[in-house]
Design a protein around this ligand. Structure first.
Ligand code: ADP
Length: 425
């Protein structure tokens, strides 16, 4: 009996010791798990068995999921920002105090701000244009505002449209867009409509004047005939204008001429030559007509132009007719065809007319641009001929070049690239 009591004490003591050491080990393991959870670095996760191991596994899994979610979120944000960077429109994000939080490169270029250096700067301090200041002062602007861009210069205007939107809690988004070309196109359209109206109004006014005269005055047969002839001239002028306008609109609206259609160079030259001779006779009105010569390099006698016959015909006939109209009767007009060193085909129309001053040369192909308005009108010009020629040549991949000297005549050259002609049918 006496021996049994100390034995059970030992067992109890042993059990207590084991329990204590289990508690200590468990506390130590718990401490390690807690210290690891504080930074949560997956690579440093302790390895454990038992239920702390289960807890660790679960925590590791949750952390991995969280990291994946964060990575995916970051990737989405990166994709989103690069998409905004790639946009042709500018984007500026402003906080509730109108300070720049972020902007893409396009907005930076449009407005002259720096995407990094100007972060947290008030946009109003950076952009001082009164138009912009007034726009930012409006609470809920509906329309965008258009102002001069950062790179605006007198010789090269840059116009930027800015639109403001509110989002989040007092935040704002500025969207910028380069509208320079749009404004230029709009101005060109306005000018064009004004020009066309003016061109049509002039002959109409003259015609209605004659109609009134015929209605109110008791004219004899000869006078009536004279007035009717003058009216017919104005009608022809209007017809010419409408035809040229239709040609231009056809050129703008139709696809690039195919390489399948071809026009024999010879027939093009023959048609233009007879047209020029006829016009010269009319203009000379009894005086000696122009000396007109058409020469072709014999190697090109059977050449074929590849493209739209009607357009090619209209381009050359415009140049030849201009040469006749702007050269006094008796003057020389030479049309020659040659091959360029780069394989191109060049048709040159030279005249010994009055020539054109250098400052007019760059603008001659603009619609309705004339050096001498009354002279152009007198000879039945519409001011659209060279614009048509330039357009036709561009559509055929070629070009129109003009050289001229006052008092010494002019030379208009049509250059067709090598792929737009063949030496033989
Ligand atoms: P227009 O119908 O007035 O002739 P174009 O577009 O054909 O219009 O020509 C534009 C202007 O270029 C003309 O008004 C004229 O001033 C000038 N021009 C064209 N061809 C010649 C030329 N061969 N010699 C002198 N001036 C020319």
């Amino acid at each position: 009996m006496g021996d049994k009591q100390p034995l059970s004490l030992y067992v109890l003591f042993g059990a207590l010791l084991a329990g204590l050491s289990w508690v200590l080990v468990d506390a130590w393991r718990g401490y390690r798990v807690r210290s690891w959870l504080r930074h949560g670095d997956l690579a440093m996760a302790p390895q454990m068995s038992g239920w702390w191991g289960v807890v660790l596994d679960r925590a590791r899994k949750l952390l991995r999921e969280r990291e994946r979610t964060i990575d995916a979120g970051e990737q989405r944000l990166k994709d989103f920002l690069s998409a905004i960077q790639a946009s042709p429109n500018g984007v500026v994000m402003l906080d509730a105090r109108a300070q720049i939080e972020w902007c893409n490169q396009t907005a930076a270029t449009h407005l002259g701000i720096h995407p990094e250096r100007d972060v947290m700067q008030r946009v109003g301090n950076l952009l001082r244009d009164p138009i912009f200041t007034a726009y930012m002062a409006v609470d809920q602007p509906v329309e965008p505002v258009v102002m001069s861009g950062y790179r605006n210069r007198v010789e090269r205007p840059v116009r930027i449209s800015v639109q403001r939107h509110r989002y989040g809690e007092g935040k704002q988004l500025l969207l910028t867009r380069d509208v320079t070309l749009l404004e230029q196109a709009e101005a060109m359209r306005r000018d064009f409509v004004a020009n066309v109206s003016h061109e049509i109004r002039t002959p109409l006014t003259v015609m209605s004047g004659f109609v009134e005269t015929l209605q109110t005055l008791d004219l004899n047969a000869d006078e009536q005939k004279r007035y009717l002839a003058l009216m017919a001239t104005q009608a022809v002028r209007m017809q010419g204008l409408v035809e040229d306008l239709l040609t231009l609109s056809r050129l703008e609206g139709s696809p690039v001429p195919s390489f399948v259609n071809s026009l024999p160079l010879e027939s093009l030259l023959t048609a233009c030559e007879s047209e020029a001779r006829g016009l010269s006779q009319t203009i000379a009105n009894g005086a000696p007509p122009h000396v007109i010569e058409f020469q072709t390099n014999p190697l090109l006698a059977h050449a074929m132009l590849l493209g739209e016959s009607r357009e090619l015909q209209s381009a050359l006939s415009n140049l030849v007719n201009n040469a006749v109209r702007y050269t006094p009767a008796g003057g020389h007009i030479d049309v020659s065809v040659d091959q360029g060193t780069d394989g191109s085909l060049v048709i040159a129309v030279r005249d010994t007319g009055a020539g054109i001053a250098a400052e007019h040369l760059p603008r001659l192909t603009e619609r309705f641009y004339r050096v001498d308005r009354s002279r152009s009108r007198e000879s039945g010009g519409t001011g659209l001929g060279l614009a048509i020629v330039k357009h036709v040549m561009q559509r055929h991949g070629g070009s129109l070049s003009i050289t001229s000297e006052l008092e010494h005549g002019s030379c208009f050259k049509l250059t067709f690239p090598a792929n737009r002609w063949r030496a033989k049918a």
